[in-house]
Design a binder for this molecule. Structure first.
Ligand SMILES: [Ca+2]
Ligand SMILES: [Ca+2]
Ligand SMILES: [Ca+2]
Ligand SMILES: [Ca+2]
Length: 371
């Protein structure tokens, strides 16, 4: 068998070439499509094709063409995919020979398969996710995926676009292998409190007619940084309690908010007065901000208290405020009667308005009290 092939090759190589023609056809032509009018182009008569049992020999490539001897034309036998046949090699040419017997004649036929834009640029996945801290600095780069377009030349990958461009800009860098390094660069600071997730679309475009494109969804989860301090709802809180209120009486509830998430937004409340008297009398619930009375208050000793309070997040950022507490009086003191001096005896006929004793009445409760 091998001998026969060798012999055949030898005969072919010794046979003088009687003609040579070249054609150019696009890939993906339908089976049965006309490639060329071979007989006419080679100046041969139909009967010579028949008598010479003309046939097509296609070297090592598969049989993509067939010769119709009756019509003297070359037709497509199998649909051809340029990408599969030649990949990135250009030009993509197939070499055929037409052989005839009696006498033996050989014609060379070169058929160039031209590219059509039948492949869209594509990414290997449909989505890429990033976790980026809101504290990332301007200019930080994030490598994106490259697209692939199996077509060549203008039908191949030409450009990329990234949208929206509020926070990130597209950066392309040419590489030694002719491809591009695709990156997105942070150009405006992220703010998780404003937007905790950003969706972008990276589009790859070819230059064919019409243009084809491929996309990949890019999702950026913005991670929190502790960039917000707690803020009290008021710079001063006011409360009123009556003296002698029992221990455990709720005085007021204060609130601070923190725009950060997770532990960066968790607040602990505390009393920051340095005087022991305040902390002996009042207590704040570190978690809820509820202030309760834990000691005895006496209007007669103090009519107003100022509690300095603080709200601290887990990252150590804080805000301060104060609570002014008015103490209201209750009638808890009986008037005290004191005899300063008195006459031991009173004369029977003493005139009116004679002073017989001097008394002092003292009531520590305030005058505002109703008696
Ligand atoms: Ca193509
Ligand atoms: Ca393409
Ligand atoms: Ca915070
Ligand atoms: Ca934050």
């Amino acid at each position: 068998m091998r001998r026969q092939v060798l012999l055949f090759m030898l005969v072919l190589s010794l046979t003088p070439v009687f003609g040579q023609v070249s054609y150019s056809i696009p890939e993906e032509m339908e089976k049965g499509s006309l490639v060329c009018n071979l007989a006419q182009d080679l100046g041969l008569e139909f009967k010579r094709l028949k008598s010479g049992r003309a046939r097509i020999h296609s070297g090592d490539s598969a049989e993509y063409f067939e010769l119709n001897r009756e019509r003297g034309v070359l037709l497509i036998k199998e649909r051809m995919d340029r990408e599969m046949l030649c990949g990135e090699t250009t030009p993509c040419a197939l070499h055929l020979q037409m052989i005839m017997e009696n006498p033996m004649e050989l014609f060379r036929i070169t058929i160039e398969i031209t590219d059509i834009n039948d492949n869209a640029p594509s990414f290997s996945s449909s989505e890429k996710r990033f976790e980026i801290s809101e504290s990332a600095v301007i200019g930080s780069k994030f490598v994106l995926e490259k697209a692939i377009d199996a077509d060549i030349g203008i039908n191949g990958l030409q450009s990329y676009s990234l949208n929206p461009t509020n926070n990130f800009a597209l950066k392309l860098e040419n590489q030694a292998d002719g491809s591009k390094k695709v990156e997105m660069v942070l150009q405006k600071p992220l703010d998780r409190e404003h937007q905790d997730q950003i969706s972008l679309l990276l589009t790859a475009l070819d230059g064919g007619q019409p243009r084809m494109s491929g996309t990949i969804q890019i999702t950026v989860n913005v991670l929190d940084a502790n960039d917000n301090a707690p803020v009290f709802t008021q710079p001063v809180y006011k409360a009123t309690i009556t003296e002698n209120s029992p221990r455990g009486t709720s005085v007021i509830a204060v609130t601070a908010s923190d725009r950060d998430g997770g532990s960066n937004g968790e607040i602990t409340y505390a009393i920051s007065n340095s005087k022991r008297r305040i902390t002996d009398l009042f207590q704040i619930n570190g978690k809820t901000g509820d202030v309760i009375l834990i000691g005895e208050i006496d209007y007669e000793k103090a009519k107003l208290f100022q509690i300095d309070i603080e709200a601290i997040d887990n990252g150590g950022l804080s805000d301060s405020s104060k609570i002014l507490i008015d103490i209201t009086d209750v009638n808890d003191n009986s008037p005290q009667l004191k005899i300063l001096s008195k006459s031991d005896t009173i004369l029977e006929d003493s005139p009116e308005n004679t002073i017989i004793a001097m008394l002092s009445v003292n009531d520590p409760d305030s005058e505002r009290m109703e008696r």
